[in-house]
Structure formats: structure tokens, C-alpha cells
Design a protein around this ligand. Structure first.
Ligand code: KG4
Ligand code: ZN
Length: 336
């Protein structure tokens, strides 16, 4: 089955052609990063306007690169939630119009689940496994029992993991987007320059929850308190120390979840899955199988949307022209 995927939930305008949920024949990602860089963050109004301008060309290019025409496409999968409302609406409206005008079945896809599917485009994995979705907007540790059946074990009680990277980078003017900038600087910095306190969660919080606002605030406002005076106060040292604190906290919760459940496979998705130190730390655990997407499929892309969409379409899921964009994350079960 040939599926055309469309993604426009944030600041990447993307389309891809994927065969049987596995073979990525084409993947076009038009990033708006440069257009938002001067504001140090995504401006929703600019994002949706650019999607409107670009989406026709992006979809045409994905079909062109794959050497397919719409008559060879069996289904369309489009990100319909969650994300920026105006941006999502562009992809959803475009997909509906394309599906209607070409009589092609289509289905709305959850962007969070699509991130978790990204590594599965190229690897066979048995369920259940532990999933980690970490991006600018999401931080979820879950148990996955199927491609659209997850139970949330842990989440952040405040900032998303990527958001904390972005805010620290913004404060020190390290570059945009912040996560990639910190990753790059951290490679030449020394994490021992600063020891941030590990976050203590409130009694009522879950065993696998994380908190990033404490580390973020410590990195931004209380650096003096935790700085080791033997080290130079350089951007690369700040980046390395912050990255280590943020990743170590996540890895401790992940390993706890894997120990408790006895599950040995971990699947990671989302922009922060590109982080070098996170990948290295988990690669050291030879007793676990840790799957990451290739770097180009960590951030937002349409191949993951088409991949997950294939499974939905194959079991008969269809949407109709009433499909709407929904900005919020709703509907995931939470383990008690
Ligand atoms: O999945 P994504 O492209 O968009 C969302 O759905 O949010 O994730 C973007 C997030 C940003 O917060 C960005 O700073 C972070 O992923 N990110 C990274 C790295 N590359 C991107 N964080 C840490 N290390 C990286 N190498
Ligand atoms: Zn995303």
C-alpha cells in the first residue's frame, strides 16, 4: 500500500511517500527555522501562513521525488493533532481537498504516536516496549502495546524536555533551535564545570515523572551557586553541564520504568532523540535494545506520519471531510 503523508503541525512543512509502512520512497521537509530564528521561537501566525504558501509545492515534490502520481497513491495520512491549530489546519484542509478531488481514502494521525513510529520505519520490533517521546512540546515515557495503544507511565510536571533546552539556549544566546545548539557546544564543553541539584518531585508525583523547570532555572538564574570555580564560565561548559543534568534525569526514570516492567526494548522518538549524549548514555546499556530514528527523522517529518497512517488505513480506519485539527494532546491512558 502506498501512503502519502502530510505534516504541518509546527514549523516543518513536510510530505512523504511510504510503501507498506516501511519503505520511505521520498521525504521532503521544508523547514521554516530561518523565518522564526529572529524571534527565538516559533511564531504561530508566521508558521501557518508559510504552510499555506508551501504545502502545494512540498506535496508535489514528494510525489515527484518518488516518481508517483496521485493515481498510484492508495491512502493519505495527515497529522491532525496535536500542534499549533492554524498550522495543523493547513495540512488537514489540504489533505481533505486532495483526498476528495482524487477519491483517495484518508486518515488523521496523532503526531505524538507518529514520532514513536519513526524508528519502526526501519526496524522490526515486538510489542510491548517502553517508548520515549521527547520534543519541544512533549515528554512522555510510555508502555506501547500497539502502534496506537500506549499507556503513559511518566511525563514532565512542568517544562517539556526540548523546551528546557530551548529556554536555556535562548537565555545564553547559544543559537536557534536551542537543542541542537546545546548539543553541538556540549561536545566541546566539560560537564564537570557545574553540578546541578537533581530534582526532587513532590510526594504525589509518579515514579517516572520528570521535572525540568528546576534544572532550567538553576542553569539560568542560579549558576553561581552550582558552578565549580575551577572551570571557566564558558558557553560550552554551561551547555555540557545542562545537557548532562537534563539527560541523566530522563535516563534515570527510563531505566526505572524498564526495570519495573522487565521490558528490554526502548523506542525513542521526537526532536530530542537527536541528542548525542542521550544516544551515548543509552548505547552503553548492552542489556537493552534501544532504537532511535535516523537523525533526519527525529524532528518533524511526514515519513513517520505515512508509516503510522499505513497501519491505520490497513485496518480500515477512515476519516471523512468533517475531520478537524485538534491542538491538544488528549486521550492517552495513564498508568495509575
Ligand atoms: O519533534 P520536534 O522537531 O518538534 C516538536 O514536535 O516539538 O522537536 C523539536 C525539539 C526542540 O525543542 C529542539 O530544541 C529539540 O527538539 N532538539 C534537540 C536536539 N535537536 C532538536 N534537543 C537536544 N539535542 C538535540 N540534538
Ligand atoms: Zn514533533
Amino acid at each position: 500500500m502506498t501512503v502519502l503523508g502530510i505534516e504541518s503541525s509546527c514549523d516543518e512543512c513536510a510530505a512523504a511517500v511510504v510503501l507498506d509502512g516501511r519503505r520511505v520512497v521520498s521525504s521532503v521537509i521544508a523547514t521554516q527555522i530561518e523565518r522564526h530564528a529572529e524571534y527565538n521561537g516559533v511564531v504561530p501566525e508566521i508558521a501557518s501562513r508559510l504552510h499555506t504558501e508551501w504545502i502545494g509545492d512540498v506535496v508535489a515534490r514528494a510525489l515527484d521525488d518518488a516518481e508517483f502520481t496521485m493515481s498510484q497513491v492508495d491512502g493519505i495520512a495527515v497529522t491532525s493533532k496535536p500542534g499549533l491549530a492554524g498550522s495543523l489546519l493547513v495540512g488537514v484542509s489540504f489533505a481533505k481537498a486532495l483526498a476528495w478531488s482524487t477519491s483517495t481514502p484518508f486518515v488523521g494521525v496523532n503526531h505524538v504516536l507518529a514520532h514513536l513510529y519513526a524508528p519502526l520505519l526501519s526496524e522490526d520490533v515486538d510489542y510491548p516496549f517502553i517508548g520515549l517521546i521527547v520534543s519541544g512540546g512533549h515528554t512522555l515515557i510510555c508502555r506501547a502495546d500497539g502502534f496506537d495503544d500506549i499507556t503513559v507511565l511518566g511525563t514532565t510536571i512542568d517544562d517539556a524536555m526540548g523546551e528546557a533546552f530551548d529556554k536555556v539556549a535562548k537565555h545564553y544566546n547559544l543559537g536557534y533551535p536551542g537543542g541542537a545548539a546545546i548539543d553541538k557546544l556540549a561536545r566541546i564543553g566539560n560537564a564537570a564545570a557545574c553540578s546541578f541539584p537533581s530534582a526532587h518531585l513532590y510526594k504525589g508525583d509518579h515514579r517516572y515523572d520528570v521535572s525540568y523547570s528546576g534544572i532550567k532555572t538553576a542553569a539560568i538564574r542560579q549558576l553561581d551557586q552550582f558552578w565549580n570555580p575551577a572551570f571557566e564560565r564558558s558557553n560550552e561548559n554551561i551547555a555540557a553541564a545542562f545537557e548532562k543534568a537534563a539527560v541523566d534525569m530522563m535516563v534515570s526514570r527510563l531505566l526505572r520504568a524498564m526495570d519495573d516492567t522487565g521490558l528490554k526494548t526502548l523506542v525513542v522518538g521526537g526532536g530530542v532523540a537527536a541528542n548525542t549524549y542521550l544516544r551515548e548514555r543509552l548505547a552503553r546499556r548492552h542489556d537493552l535494545r534501544c532504537l532511535f530514528p535516523p537523525l533526519e527523522l527525529c524532528g518533524d517529518n511526514a515519513a513517520m506520519v505515512a508509516g503510522l497512517g499505513y497501519h491505520l488505513l490497513a485496518r480500515g480506519d477512515r476519516d471523512d471531510l468533517t475531520l478537524n485539527a485538534s491542538p491538544r494532546v488528549v486521550g492517552f491512558k495513564r498508568a495509575v
